[in-house]
Design a protein around this ligand. Structure first.
Ligand code: G4P
Length: 530
């Protein structure tokens, strides 16, 4: 929804004014540093370096922080809200590094756009690519920030080529570095025909309106000549920025800068405000829900459990899709039909978190509950809307569950059912074997699973390597053909919690081969949660 097309109502205006986004990157590319600088620009923190420590200061002030303190649930950096130039930004943290999990992927189902941070010297790395593929599933528009140009990096053309080739994504350079590393002089704004000089951190020299060939008085002659040549070449080689192609996820505008030196970050944010989409219309049954709709609605994209085994409390992260939410409001859970009054929502706002009493489309609220809310749940003020499009993702680590005490089989069963429903793991039952196989996308998810099975269900179980590497949900329009496929591949077939058939592949080569052998079968890397 564009500001121009949004209805002129409080909800319409609030929605048009919001940008809910995530940052995707490989560890060490600079996500944390960029986050800090964005929050700094938004006035949400006053000194860089506070992202990790900033929980401390607020702890005494707000009652939701007490929830965190008493129950050990960390909500501090899951959602960061700030304002810049009249636009409200919600930055949703995508857990990375060692706590990479399905939550990382699911968070991307709750954003309207993403910033992809690439290290100028390293280019596209494995985790960036994985996260990008998840964005692609929903055509999430992506702005690229090539970071660390204050250090020696790759040739900009090489970086653009790599994005284009490895991600099959058109690139539209918006700025162009003038030198890199020790000889970095600035960046050139290709559309605005302005030169932004590189200065000491904290200094913001005025941009200089000039053609590249006229920059001789500001940079070395060779740099001006090289820029003139490269800028021309870049404009010939790359398509111009096209808002529609970006919004549809086919093209990424590319900015160059240095998060550490706060260089190029403000341009990135200003552009995000201009081009990134405001809250989208969300797919739902019986029909999609417009953000400007007056009725409050939202969906749960993540559930964070308490690590303290004495409490069964959870925080459900609800992305608001429509309406004007107020504290104390009653919302209906579509799956069960039950109504719950949301008295203690955790609101995420830049400044006065304590005073926050309301939320709008695109915002995220944390709803404390005792395990009633599950990932994928719809909450609505009234009516029978049910959101779709919050999928399970094909696991990347599969393990066979072995029970240490066979007498506890029933308990294990319940633990796995519960934890799967909550979204902690996926559970598969092989058709020729009675043991369970659990699937996760990150190692930590597995550790959490093992610990929770033991502490919350008092079941001792361990995980053994399964002879499979990955899984795909299988389907076919022709039921007979599907049955034939499943019969022929019984040893590699399992059923998920909803009895949907899954093909478990030994490796990617095996997956490729089976896909070639059975062209009519659809192998899907995601499956809608029911
Ligand atoms: P991440 O969240 O993506 O994992 O990356 P993070 O921001 O933590 O950055 C990883 C390292 O890269 C940090 O250095 C950080 O200072 C550095 N870095 C980030 N952006 C830039 C940049 O624009 N230029 C340069 N030269 N370095 C950058 P570190 O030594 O690992 O950590 P620290 O001791 O500085 O915190």
């Amino acid at each position: 929804m564009d500001a121009s097309s949004a209805p002129d109502t409080p909800v319409g205006r609030a929605a048009a004014n919001r940008r809910t986004f995530a940052i995707i990157s490989h560890p060490d590319a600079g996500k944390t540093t960029l986050t800090e600088k964005l929050l700094l620009l938004g006035g949400a923190i006053h000194m860089a370096g506070q992202v990790k420590a900033r929980g401390e200061r607020r702890r005494t002030r707000s009652d939701w922080m007490q929830i965190e303190q008493q129950r050990g649930i960390s909500v501090t950096t899951s959602v960061m809200t700030f304002e810049y130039d009249g636009v409200t930004y919600n930055l949703l943290d995508t857990p990375g590094h060692e706590d990479f999990s399905e939550d990382t992927y699911r968070t991307l189902t709750a954003v309207d756009s993403a910033i992809m941070v690439i290290d100028a010297a390293r280019g596209i790395e494995s985790q960036t690519r994985k996260l990008f593929e998840v964005c692609r599933l929903r055509d999430v528009p992506i702005v690229t920030f090539v970071n660390k140009i204050d250090r020696e990096g790759r040739d900009p053309f090489e970086i653009l080529d790599e994005i284009q080739e490895t991600l099959a994504l058109d690139t539209a350079p918006m700025s162009w570095p003038v030198g890199m590393g020790g000889i970095l002089s600035g960046v050139y704004d290709l559309a605005g025909r302005r030169f932004l000089p590189y200065a000491k951190q904290g200094e913001h020299p005025e941009p200089i309106q000039a053609e590249p060939s006229d920059l001789g008085q500001y940079v070395a002659d060779e740099q001006a000549a090289q820029l003139a040549e490269e800028a021309e070449l870049a404009q010939e080689a790359c398509p111009p920025f096209d808002l529609q192609a970006y919004r549809e996820g086919h093209l990424t505008p590319v900015f160059f800068g240095s998060a550490l030196k706060e260089f190029g970050v403000e341009e990135l944010l200003a552009n995000l405000g201009k081009i990134a989409p405001s809250p989208r219309t969300q797919p739902a049954e019986p029909k999609p829900v417009e953000p400007a709709s007056e009725k409050v609605s939202g969906f749960v994209f993540k559930v964070q459990a308490n690590m303290d085994p004495n409490h069964r409390d959870r925080i459900a992260y609800v992305r608001l899709v429509s309406g004007h939410f107020k504290r104390g409001m009653k919302l209906k859970q579509a799956r069960t039909g039950k109504t719950m009054a949301v008295h203690n929502p955790i609101m995420f706002f830049a400044q006065d978190r304590d005073l926050a009493e309301e939320a709008w489309p695109g915002d995220v609220i944390g709803v404390p509950n005792h395990g009633t809310l599950r990932v994928g749940d719809t909450l609505v003020e009234s009516g029978d809307t049910k959101f779709t499009g919050i999928p399970n993702f094909a696991p990347e680590i599969l393990r066979r569950v072995r029970l240490d005490d066979p007498m506890r089989a029933k308990h294990l069963n319940r633990a796995l059912e519960d934890l799967a429903e909550e979204g902690v793991t996926q559970v598969f039952r092989p058709v020729i074997d009675s043991s369970y196989i659990v699937g996760v996308v990150g190692q930590l998810q597995l550790d959490v699973l093992e610990q929770r099975i033991q502490s919350e269900y008092n079941v001792k179980a361990h995980f053994e390597p399964a002879p499979f590497d990955t899984a795909r949900w299988v389907s076919c329009d022709d039921a007979d053909k599907l049955k034939r496929f499943l019969d022929r591949n019984r040893s590699a077939t399992a059923l998920d919690r909803d009895e949907a058939p899954v093909y478990m592949a030994r490796n990617f080569w095996d997956l490729g081969r089976i896909q070639e052998d059975w062209p009519d079968i659809t192998f899907s890397a995601t499956r809608e949660r029911t």
